[in-house]
Ligand binder design. Sequence first.
Ligand SMILES: C[S@@+](CC[C@H](N)C(=O)[O-])C[C@H]1O[C@@H](n2cnc3c(N)ncnc32)[C@H](O)[C@@H]1O
Length: 204
Amino acid sequence: MTENPYHEIQAKLRLAQPLPHTADWSAAPDFIGLIIEHTLQVKPGIIVECSSGLTTLVLARCCQINGRGRVISLENGEEYAEKTRQQLKEFGLEEYAQVLFSPLQKVNLDRDYDWYSLEALPEVSIDMLVIDGPPGFIQKNSRYPALPLLFDKFSEQAKVFLDDAGREDEKELVAQWQAEYSCVELEYLEFERGCSVLEINKTN
Ligand SMILES: C[S@@+](CC[C@H](N)C(=O)[O-])C[C@H]1O[C@@H](n2cnc3c(N)ncnc32)[C@H](O)[C@@H]1O
């Protein structure tokens, strides 16, 4: 029998049931471990994430443990939004996370991109942003719009965690963010799929 790579995370979060995951689509254990560590340490109030799934479950569980905070997840696949809502229910975590069906729509920045509709996103001040979508194959630099479109909604100090940051597209779009936002500090972590952590300090 192959060992469940998320077993340690299940134990750390003191969850009775195994975490549902898929090898190709769920964030890797090192990335999940990092966002858990940050959430338990900093106890952010509002966590927004781009793409729902395993990340939503673990972040919601952290908010439950912290006794504060909630997750708002932007999900473009209606069936995946429903699946994550169902999993939140199965784990008794539905009050800590909200999955918004946010279809991809055209947005013009330095050029056209397809990115999550923000119509359903309530007025919030974002303390933590986790970016694990939209999938890379849909367009060049798929995740670039996250910063320009959410920047005004960040709290004065916020942290951004970008998964799959070892890919060429992500390296390019992070460099573009750095050139465009002087108040962003970058740390790159050599994770299984690479991870970029950005510290936003609007007072700088
Ligand atoms: C890389 S997945 C990340 C999901 C989530 N952050 C996690 O860790 O489980 C990004 C997107 O892929 C889509 N997706 C999830 N599972 C899928 C599957 N089995 N086949 C195709 N697309 C999938 C969903 O729309 C999801 O938002």
